[in-house]
Design a protein around this ligand. Structure first.
Ligand SMILES: [Zn+2]
Length: 66
Protein backbone atom coordinates (compact mmCIF):
# COMPACT_ATOMS: atom_id res chain seq x y z
CA UNK A 1 0.00 0.00 0.00
CA UNK A 2 1.57 3.31 -1.03
CA UNK A 3 2.30 5.98 1.53
CA UNK A 4 -0.13 8.87 1.56
CA UNK A 5 0.56 12.39 2.77
CA UNK A 6 -1.93 15.23 3.21
CA UNK A 7 -1.70 18.01 0.67
CA UNK A 8 -0.20 21.03 2.50
CA UNK A 9 -2.72 23.31 0.82
CA UNK A 10 -6.07 21.53 0.85
CA UNK A 11 -5.38 18.50 3.02
CA UNK A 12 -6.40 15.88 0.50
CA UNK A 13 -4.47 12.62 0.71
CA UNK A 14 -1.70 12.46 -1.86
CA UNK A 15 -0.10 9.22 -2.87
CA UNK A 16 3.64 9.49 -2.27
CA UNK A 17 4.80 7.89 -5.50
CA UNK A 18 5.69 8.68 -9.07
CA UNK A 19 1.96 8.79 -9.74
CA UNK A 20 1.86 12.17 -7.94
CA UNK A 21 4.29 14.47 -9.73
CA UNK A 22 3.24 17.44 -7.59
CA UNK A 23 3.66 15.77 -4.20
CA UNK A 24 3.41 16.70 -1.44
CA UNK A 25 0.68 18.72 -3.18
CA UNK A 26 -2.31 16.94 -4.69
CA UNK A 27 -2.22 18.93 -7.89
CA UNK A 28 -0.32 21.55 -9.83
CA UNK A 29 -2.94 24.08 -8.83
CA UNK A 30 -2.41 23.50 -5.12
CA UNK A 31 1.33 23.69 -5.59
CA UNK A 32 1.13 27.02 -7.41
CA UNK A 33 -1.44 28.47 -5.01
CA UNK A 34 0.60 27.51 -1.99
CA UNK A 35 3.78 28.87 -3.52
CA UNK A 36 1.94 32.07 -4.43
CA UNK A 37 0.71 32.47 -0.86
CA UNK A 38 4.20 31.97 0.45
CA UNK A 39 5.64 34.55 -1.93
CA UNK A 40 2.86 37.00 -1.09
CA UNK A 41 3.64 36.66 2.60
CA UNK A 42 7.30 37.22 1.91
CA UNK A 43 6.70 40.32 -0.16
CA UNK A 44 4.28 41.78 2.35
CA UNK A 45 6.82 41.97 5.17
CA UNK A 46 8.94 44.80 3.67
CA UNK A 47 5.80 46.90 3.14
CA UNK A 48 5.78 48.92 6.36
CA UNK A 49 2.89 51.20 5.43
CA UNK A 50 -0.02 49.35 6.94
CA UNK A 51 -3.20 51.47 6.80
CA UNK A 52 -4.71 49.49 9.69
CA UNK A 53 -2.45 51.27 12.17
CA UNK A 54 -3.90 54.66 11.27
CA UNK A 55 -7.46 53.49 11.59
CA UNK A 56 -7.50 52.93 15.34
CA UNK A 57 -10.89 54.02 16.60
CA UNK A 58 -11.89 53.80 20.27
CA UNK A 59 -13.98 50.77 21.18
CA UNK A 60 -17.70 51.23 21.67
CA UNK A 61 -17.46 50.59 25.42
CA UNK A 62 -15.18 53.60 25.98
CA UNK A 63 -17.58 55.86 24.11
CA UNK A 64 -20.68 54.71 26.03
CA UNK A 65 -19.19 55.88 29.35
CA UNK A 66 -19.75 59.55 28.54
ZN1 LIG B 1 -4.35 20.06 -2.63
Amino acid sequence: MPTQVPCPHCGRPVEWSAASPFRPFCSKRCKLVDLGDWLAENHRIPCIDDPVDEDLSPPDEARSIH
